[in-house]
Structures are given as structure tokens and as C-alpha cells.
Design a protein around this ligand. Sequence first.
Ligand SMILES: *Cc1c(COP(=O)(O)O)cnc(C)c1O
Length: 451
Amino acid sequence: MIARDLAVLWHPCTQMREHPDTLPLVPIARGEGAWLVGHDGRRYLDAVSSWWTNLFGHAEPRIAAAIARQAGQLEQVILAGFSHEPAVALAERLLALAPREPGRAPLSKVFYADNGSAGVEVALKMAFHWFRNRGQAQRTKFIALENGYHGETIGALAVGDIPLYRRVYAPLLAEAIFAPSPDAYLARDGESPVQYAERAADELRDILERHGHETCALILEPRVQCAGGMRMHDPVYLKRVRQLCDAHGVFLIADEIAVGFGRTGTRFACEQAGIQPDLMCLSKGLTGGFLPLAAVLATQAIYDGFLDESRERAFLHSHSYTGNPLACAAALQAQAIFDEDGILERNTRTAATMTSLAAELRDLPHIADVRQAGMILAFELTKNGDKATPFAAQSRVGLLAYRKALDLGVVLRPLGDILYWMPPYCVDDEQLRLLADTTRAAILHATQDAA
Ligand SMILES: *Cc1c(COP(=O)(O)O)cnc(C)c1O
């Protein structure tokens, strides 16, 4: 199986030369709950929810059945000029659940795409095109945050700031304006996360004073910069951003692709700041982790800005599989499970268990930071366990920890030297205990070899 794979497949986010010697390649036969089961029968706890997509466990029977039902009825239809029940019902549902801010017109229209990056492209293009339709063609710029991530396509990459993904392609990318990240890990000694977030917001205020008139939108990941290393910020920053965007007539795009659907404790991360974005991107957990789908939620004002006699003023963006019925049926069932199983309440308890298990690891010598936002918990590893001494890149501490954890039956895929827990919501106490014990063993193993 591995030889056949390597003969024909080119894997994502992988230096293929590292397979299979440096980096094991693990064939998976099936999944059940929080477990992945290998071809050899070995079981792995999926502590990263299969790249943050899975919500309720693998092969969740209700979602599997919903997809099968839909497949027997209508698998796909062009969404230009045609409609179908799952697309409409899902849009109704998402809009009803979307963050609300008193006194602000609600998000009221849904545009579908088929993956997160494509959803980000949709939001960026909508913001730009809206101003153009208004005769404000000078608004061509986007503001994004340092250390942010919004996907891999050329437009999404342009507003991302992770050098590993971006640097090579920089000559191809539209220029974005990057504002300092409110990431609490960057706070100075003695500075609280709130104070640091306020300081980052002050810098954003200055940037908007200079560039507001030429900016169409600001894009950010609310609460947690996930691909940037699960770096977290205080919600006060989001409140400030909302005010600043309003003051400068700049749209606020909330990329909730990773943090949405209960990951940070609330259904959407924006709720923790009591703010409502003008555009909101959803994907990853949207279908419970079964099928690729993205949804971009927009305000009525944005939608209205495209109504015109001219076709060029319309938003002509399209993907062949826009609003695929199978994916929409999966997403509708996933939303139903939130209610049926009381997921958000359950997650509050699970997150508390994660907090206490992580506290047991806090004193390991190489841990510089333990941070948590709901169902996301991260350990930042450094040489001396302080922020000043990151490991050298070539020590590959994260990789060593990853391999050790895999040997112990846990998928703990790091981001550099940051290990994180982002388990499916069905994870139980026994599995969390395994996760914590494995994390301890993996950290001890990786840091001892790297020292
Ligand atoms: C994963 C991710 C994306 C991109 O989604 P894909 O489906 O992988 O293209 C965009 N934004 C954020 C915040 C993400 O975590």
C-alpha cells in the first residue's frame, strides 16, 4: 500500500523526500468516533480532527445516512438558474445561527464555494467589487494580520503571512497591508493579553488612518490564528477592529473556517467579542468533516451593491460544485447534531477536562506557554521553556514529538514546535487521558533528543 501510494501520489503540505523514512506514511482503512484505524489494524486517536475538519467523530452514522439519502435523490445540480432544498435550508440555518450585534443589520445572504480558500477568495472579491460598483475604484487594498492564514490559492495566500507557505510565491501575490498580530504570546513581560491586544489595535488604528481610504476590507481569524501556531488573542481586539473598520468604512471579513462551529467554546468565535462581521467565511467543520464545502455569509447591504442592469456589476464568481446537495445535506445534519447532542454544553465540560490535564504538563522543562480557547489547546515548546529561546529549525522537535506520539497511537501533528489538541467533540475522558500521557511522553522524547 505504501509503495503503491508513493508510486503515484503527491501529498499535500509534505516534502515528499521525507517519505517514508523521516516521515512515516500511515494507510488508514476506516474511522470510528475519535479513532482512525490503520490497514494493519492499529488505532490512532485523531487529536487534530483530521486537519480541523471533523466535529463529531469519524463515520458519524447520522451524517453518513443523510449523505446517502441525498445521493439517492439529487447528487448535484447547477446552482445558476436552479435551486434545491438542502442549499436553501442550510442558508436559512446558517443565517439564523450567525453572530448578531444589536443595532446592526444581520448577515442575510449566503454564497457557497467548495473549500476554505475558495471561500476566502469569494469574500475578498466581493469586498473589492462592492466598492467598484459604488464608483470607489481606489479601494483596492486589503489589510490582514501578521501571522495570519487564509488558505493556499493565490488570492488567499496574498493575505496570509506565514513565510513557509508564502515566501516562494511572493512575486505572484497582490500586495496586502499587514497589521501587527494581537497574539498574546507577543506581550512584553508584565503586559496582560488585554493590554497587548489594545496596543496592537492602536497600531491598526494608525494603519487605517494612513490606508483606510484605499482599503476595501480587513480579514482576520477571530480569537485564534490556527495555522500560525494556535496563537490566541483577547476578544477586546475584535471589538476594537469592529469600531475601526466602521470608522473607516472598511468591511470586516471574519475567517471562521477553522474557529467556527464550536471550536473556541462558542458556536462562532466572533460571539466572544459580541461583534458581527460584514462577511464571514465558513468551511472545514461545516459538513461535520465529511465533504468539502464553504459558505460566505454577507450583509444585505453588500448583496444590494451588486443589483444592477449590468451583468458586470453582478458577482459572476462560480465553481462547478457550488452548493453541492450532498455537502449541504451533510452540513444540515451536522447543525442538527449540535442541538440533538447538546454539543456546546458537552464541549464546555470537555474543555475543562482538557484544562486540568494540560495543567499536569505545565511544569515540563521545555514548555514556554500553554494556551486554550475552548476545544483548542496548545503547548509551545522552546529550549529553555521561555519565549526567548526557540528551538533551532533543524532540531525538528515537532517532528520527533509527532513520530513518538504516532508510535503511541495518537495523531498529534505539530505546527513547528507547537503541539496542540484539537480533538473531535466526541472525545471521552479516557481518550483525553491517553492524549495527555502521550503528549508528555512525546515532549520528553523530542526535547531530550534535541537538547
Ligand atoms: C484551513 C483554512 C483555510 C483554507 O481552507 P482550505 O479548505 O484548506 O482551502 C482558510 N482559513 C483558515 C483560517 C483556515 O484554517
